[in-house]
Design a protein around this ligand. Structure first.
Ligand code: GAL
Length: 654
C-alpha cells in the first residue's frame, strides 16, 4: 500500500477534464487509461459550472456515470472540490465576488480564479459545493484522494476590495491587539503615518510614493493566511464528512506569495505542480531544488508530483516540447527526490480553450502519436518501480528558507533592488547539486541539530529566537554558512539594534559597517580570484578569521569571507554575492570542518549516495540497487535527448 493513498505503488495519471468531451469519448478514455497504466485521475477541477448550473440547480448524473466508469476500469479518482473557477451566474448575481487590484480595477469573469479570497459569498458557495461533493461521493469506491481547490494563488493572490480591507483589519487586530501595538510595529512615527483607530487602516493600495514596508510585509502575511483560511474551511468540510480520505492541494513549487511551511501543516501530504522549461539547459537544477523543497515541507515524507507537462506547455512566450525521453527523465528525477507518484496536466489534449496547445498524455494525434507511445512506455516503467513507494530520501545538509525573510528582502527602497531570494539561493543550491550533496530545506524555527551543516544564503529578516537556535547549533558542533544582507531586520522589519548582522554578530564574529551594492554589470574580484556581483559589504571582524578579501573595487583590501570558531563548530560569512564561486567557499568550509559535521564529511556525493542506498534497501531482490542507482543519477544527467536515452533502464523483469 502506498503511503499517499489506498492505491498501491507509484501513482500515475493526470488531470482529466471530461466536461470538454461527449460521453462516447469517455469510454475510449477509460480504456486507454487502463492501457497506459493510469492508476489515478484527477477529475472535477473545473467542473463547477456543470455540476451547479444555477444557484439551486445541481447536475450530478453525468459525474456519477464518469466516476462509475473510471472505477469499472480500475482507475482511482483524485476528486477536486471544483472551487477554483466560480460560475458566471454567481459573479453576475454578486459582482463583489470578483477580485480588485491595488489600482482599484475589478478583474472580469472569463478566465479562472476570479474570486476575492475574503468574499463571504464566494466562501459560502465554495463550501456548499464541497459539502455536496463530499456527501455524494464520500463513499464512492473510486474516491482515493481529495484535490482541494486548485493552485491557490495561481492568478490571484490578493484583493484590495472593501471586504478584503475589513478582513485585513481583523487580522491585524488579532496580531497586535491595541492600535498602539500596530503603530509601534509599523513604525508609524515615520512620515506622519500614525493611526488613531483600526478603522483608519486600509490595504496597501497604490499610493503616491513608497508604502510603509511593515504594512506591506503584514499584507503579504495576511494574503497567504487569507487563502489558507479558505483552504482550511474546505478541508474542515471534507474532514467532517470523509475523515478517512486523504486530502491535498497542489502547490506551485517555491512560490513567493504563499508561506508553504504554514500551508503544509494542513496537508495529508504535499503535492506539487512543476513545469521546468525544456528550453532551459539548467531546468533540471531548478526542478531538483523545488522537489527537495516539496520533500522537506513535511519533514521528508513522500510527496506527489500532481502536475507536469508531458511535453510543451502553452503559457510561455515560446513553448518548447520535451525531446524524446525527457519527460521520463524528469519524472524519474521527481521519484528520486521523494515523489511517490507522477501525474500530468492533462490526460486528453483540449480542442478548445486557452490550453488547446498544451501537451497531454493523449495528444491531439491520438494513439498514433509519439507522445502516446511515451505515455504507455513510462506507465509500464513506473509500475516496475512500485516498491520505491514509501521509502525516504535523507539529507544531512539543510538550507534555511523563510517566507518572511523572502518578503522582507524583496521590499522596495533597499540598498539594491537586485537582491532577490531566488537569485541569491540559486548558486548555492547549484553548487551543492553539482557536487551530489542532497539538500533539505528547513524553516528558521526548525531544530537543525540533525544536519551536519546549515546554509543560509540569505536571512534578511531574522528573529532573535531563531538566531539563538542557530548559535547553540554551532556551539554544539554544527557548521553554519551565512550569506550577505542577513540578520538585518527583526520580525517587524525594523533594523536590529547596532545594525547587521544583528543577533548573529557574536556567532559570526563581525559587524557590518556599510552595505556596498555593486552597480549593474560590474564585477568585484576577490583575492582568491572569485568574482562578486550585485552586492558587497564593508565588514569589521571582531573575532572572525579572514578567509578571502576584496581585491578590486572600493573595498579592495577589506575582508570578504570570514570564519568564526564558536564552541565546537564554526560560522562562515560571505559578505558578497558569488554567483560562480560560492561552491569554492563551501568546499573550503567542508575542508575546514574536517570529518566532523561538515557537509562533505563522507566525501563528495556521499550524502546523496547514502540517501539513495537507503531508498534502494526498500527494493527487494538483487535488482533493487540497480533501479535506485539509475533513478538517483537521472537528475544530474545532461539535459539532452540523446544522452537521456543513455540513462540505464531498470531491468524489465524484477
Ligand atoms: C497549472 C494548472 C492547470 C493547467 C496547467 C497548464 O498551473 O493547475 O489547470 O492550467 O497549469 O500548464
Amino acid at each position: 500500500m502506498s503511503r499517499l493513498t489506498r492505491v498501491e505503488g507509484l501513482l500515475y495519471g493526470g488531470d482529466y477534464n471530461p466536461e470538454q468531451w461527449p460521453e462516447e469519448v469517455w469510454q475510449e478514455d477509460a480504456a486507454l487509461m487502463r492501457e497506459a497504466g493510469v492508476s489515478l485521475a484527477t477529475v472535477g477541477v473545473f467542473s463547477w459550472a456543470r455540476l451547479q448550473p444555477g444557484p439551486d440547480a445541481w447536475d450530478f448524473g453525468w459525474f456519477d456515470r464518469l466516476l462509475d466508469l473510471l472505477h469499472a476500469h480500475g482507475i482511482a479518482v483524485d476528486l477536486a472540490t471544483a472551487t477554483a473557477s466560480p460560475p458566471a451566474w454567481l459573479v453576475r448575481a454578486h459582482p463583489d465576488v470578483l477580485p480588485v487590484t491595488a489600482d482599484g480595477v475589478r478583474l472580469e469573469f472569463g478566465s479562472r480564479q476570479h474570486y476575492c479570497p475574503s468574499s463571504p459569498v464566494y466562501r459560502n458557495a465554495a463550501l456548499t459545493l464541497t459539502r455536496k461533493l463530499a456527501e455524494r461521493y464520500g463513499d464512492h469506491p473510486a474516491l482515493a484522494l481529495w484535490h482541494v481547490h486548485n493552485e491557490y494563488g495561481d492568478h490571484v493572490t490578493e484583493c484590495f476590495c472593501p471586504r478584503s480591507a475589513d478582513h485585513f483589519r481583523a487580522w491585524l487586530r488579532d496580531r497586535y491587539g491595541t492600535v498602539d501595538g500596530l503603530n509601534h510595529a509599523w513604525g508609524t512615527g515615520f512620515w506622519s503615518q500614525r493611526y488613531g483607530t483600526y478603522d483608519e487602516i486600509e490595504p496597501p493600495r497604490t499610493a503616491p510614493g513608497p508604502v510603509n514596508p511593515t504594512q506591506l510585509l503584514d499584507w503579504r502575511r495576511f494574503c497567504s493566511d487569507a487563502l489558507l483560511g479558505l483552504h482550511r474551511a474546505e478541508r474542515a468540510v471534507l474532514a467532517e464528512i470523509t475523515p478517512d480520505v486523504p486530502a491535498t492541494t497542489n502547490f506551485m513549487s517555491m512560490f513567493k506569495p504563499l508561506d508553504y511551511w504554514k500551508w503544509a501543516a494542513h496537508e495529508d501530504f504535499v503535492s506539487d505542480d512543476a513545469y521546468p522549461d525544456p528550453a532551459d539547459p539548467e531546468a533540471h537544477v531548478t526542478a531538483s531544488l523545488n522537489y527537495d523543497l516539496m520533500r522537506s515541507l513535511k519533514q521528508g515524507t513522500p510527496w506527489l508530483l500532481m502536475e507536469q507537462a508531458p511535453s510543451a506547455v502553452s503559457w510561455r512566450p515560446v513553448n518548447v516540447p520535451k525531446k524524446p525521453g525527457l519527460q521520463r527523465l524528469w519524472s524519474l528525477q521527481a521519484v528520486a527526490r521523494g515523489a511517490d507518484g507522477v501525474l500530468y496536466f492533462q490526460w486528453r489534449a483540449s480542442r478548445a480553450g486557452a490550453e488547446k496547445y498544451h501537451s497531454a498524455l493523449l495528444p491531439h494525434g491520438g494513439t498514433a502519436s509519439r507522445g502516446w507511445r511515451e505515455t504507455v512506455r513510462f506507465g509500464a516503467e513506473l509500475a516496475r518501480l512500485a516498491e520505491v513507494a514509501g521509502s525516504r530520501v535523507t539529507a544531512d545538509v539543510a538550507i534555511v528558507l523563510d517566507w518572511d525573510a523572502w518578503w522582507a528582502l524583496e521590499a522596495d527602497d533597499h540598498p539594491s533592488a537586485r537582491m532577490r531570494w531566488p537569485e541569491l539561493l540559486r548558486p548555492w543550491y547549484a553548487a551543492l547539486h553539482a557536487r551530489g550533496v542532497t539538500i533539505d530545506f528547513v524553516p528558521p524555527h526548525a531544530d537543525p541539530t540533525r544536519y551536519r551543516a546549515v546554509l543560509a544564503p540569505n536571512l534578511h529578516l531574522l528573529r532573535t529566537a531563531d538566531a539563538a537556535r542557530l548559535t547553540s547549533y554551532v556551539r554544539d558542533g554544527g557548521h553554519l554558512v551565512c550569506g550577505p544582507f542577513s540578520g538585518v531586520v527583526d520580525e517587524h522589519d525594523h533594523i536590529h539594534d547596532g545594525g547587521a548582522p544583528g543577533p548573529l554578530a557574536d556567532l559570526l564574529g563581525l559587524r557590518v559597517d556599510e552595505f556596498w551594492p555593486v552597480p549593474d554589470g560590474d564585477r568585484v574580484r576577490l583575492a582568491s580570484g572569485a568574482e562578486a556581483t550585485l552586492w558587497t559589504e564593508w565588514i569589521e571582524p571582531t573575532t572572525a578569521a579572514v578567509h578571502d578579501s576584496y581585491a578590486t573595487g572600493p573595498l579592495a583590501g577589506q575582508p570578504a569571507v570570514t570564519r568564526n570558531q564558536a564552541g565546537e563548530g564554526a560560522a562562515w560569512y560571505l559578505s558578497c554575492h558569488l554567483p560562480d564561486a560560492v561552491g569554492d567557499v563551501l568546499d573550503r568550509a567542508h575542508r575546514a570542518a574536517g570529518r566532523g559535521r561538515g557537509p562533505d564529511a563522507g566525501g563528495p556525493g556521499a550524502a546523496q549516495d547514502a540517501a539513495y542506498a537507503q531508498k534502494s534497501r526498500m527494493i527487494r531482490g538483487g535488482v533493487g540497487p540497480a533501479i535506485a542507482y539509475c533513478v538517483s543519477r537521472t537528475d544530474t544527467a545532461p539535459v539532452d535527448g540523446v544522452r537521456c536515452a543513455a540513462v540505464p533502464l531498470p531491468p524489465t523483469q524484477p
